[in-house]
Design a protein around this ligand. Structure first.
Ligand SMILES: C[S@@+](CC[C@H](N)C(=O)[O-])C[C@H]1O[C@@H](n2cnc3c(N)ncnc32)[C@H](O)[C@@H]1O
Length: 273
């Protein structure tokens, strides 16, 4: 097979024109064909300024159609140009590898067929969230789950770390066909979360700004109020910790003993870490 084609999936970032890396821009400019899965038609217009052959993947989505089918079609479209020997660029909003199936899948399949394929990172909703909400994921730790998966499977939640739920606007959708679920589904999510958090626990609904002129949504509310809150496809939910970090005294003691054996100059373990 002719494997002269190549594939790159790039991230365009969250904010129109402001977040793209020079490398991602260069891959777009130098591709033979660009496939675009971006959040807004204005972003497509901006991409068209960088390349004359930008093909939108957005029409592949439609209410009632399984997103699995949509993703498969995206992958097939990119692969077919690749097999034709083209330099293919998939431009995805945010980071192409964060909560995004098609970019990972198309790279995997392209490599299996012997093509050169890779991913260029982008600024994701997660990056904007840390900046806007002033959260450092390294301070007490941070867990990320897709909201429906969080409901469908049993997880071990650490309530002394942040919890971030993605796609909360379609929480509980088993069909992969809907673009919104409703308060009855959210009620179940709240019931699940209140096994770990008090109902009055303050949570945040976050939506990063996607235009330089707009402001992020950073709405604080009680967990129980989630049921009647307006949520969209672009909404992400943040639950700050409700417990302090619990020291692992047994492990700290073992480390202290090890330190004593290996380096007698080290100080004793700080008591308030
Ligand atoms: C399919 S994922 C795509 C994420 C994207 N690849 C990224 O890097 O951010 C869609 C989910 O990302 C989050 N998301 C997308 N746009 C967002 C925005 N403007 N603000 C906050 N979260 C957003 C929401 O949780 C949404 O349901």
């Amino acid at each position: 097979m002719n494997t002269s084609g190549s594939l790159v999936c790039v991230g365009t970032g969250m904010m129109l024109g402001a977040h793209i890396s020079p490398r991602s821009r260069s891959y777009i400019e130098h591709a033979d064909v660009v496939f675009a899965a971006v959040s807004d038609p204005v972003v497509e217009l901006w991409l068209q300024e960088m390349h004359r052959d930008v093909r939108s993947l957005q029409p592949l989505y439609s209410e009632g159609k399984s997103r699995h089918d949509t993703y498969r079609e995206m992958v097939d479209l990119m692969l077919s140009e690749l097999r034709g020997g083209k330099k293919v660029c998939g431009a995805f909003y945010g980071h192409p590898g964060v909560f995004a199936y098609a970019p990972h899948r198309v790279i995997e399949l392209a490599r299996a067929e012997g093509f050169v394929a890779h991913m260029e990172p982008g600024i994701s909703a997660e990056d904007c969230l840390y900046a806007d909400l002033g959260i450092d994921p390294g301070r007490v730790g941070c867990q990320h789950y897709e909201a429906s998966q969080f409901m469908f499977y049993r997880r071990q939640i650490d309530t002394s770390a942040y919890l971030v739920l993605w796609q909360v606007g379609i929480a509980g959708d088993r069909s992969f066909r809907r673009y919104a679920t409703g308060s009855a589904y959210r009620q179940l999510l709240v019931e699940l979360l209140t096994e770990y958090y008090p109902p009055h626990h303050e949570v945040i609904i976050y939506e990063a700004a996607t235009l330089p002129i707009s402001k992020p949504r950073m709405q604080k509310l009680a967990l129980s109020a989630l049921i009647d809150t307006e949520l969209f496809l672009q909404s992400t939910m943040v639950l700050p910790p409700c417990q302090p970090l619990a020291r692992n005294d047994a492990m700290l003691l073992r480390i202290e003993e090890l330190d004593r054996v290996l380096n007698s100059n080290l100080p004793a373990t700080p008591k308030h870490q």
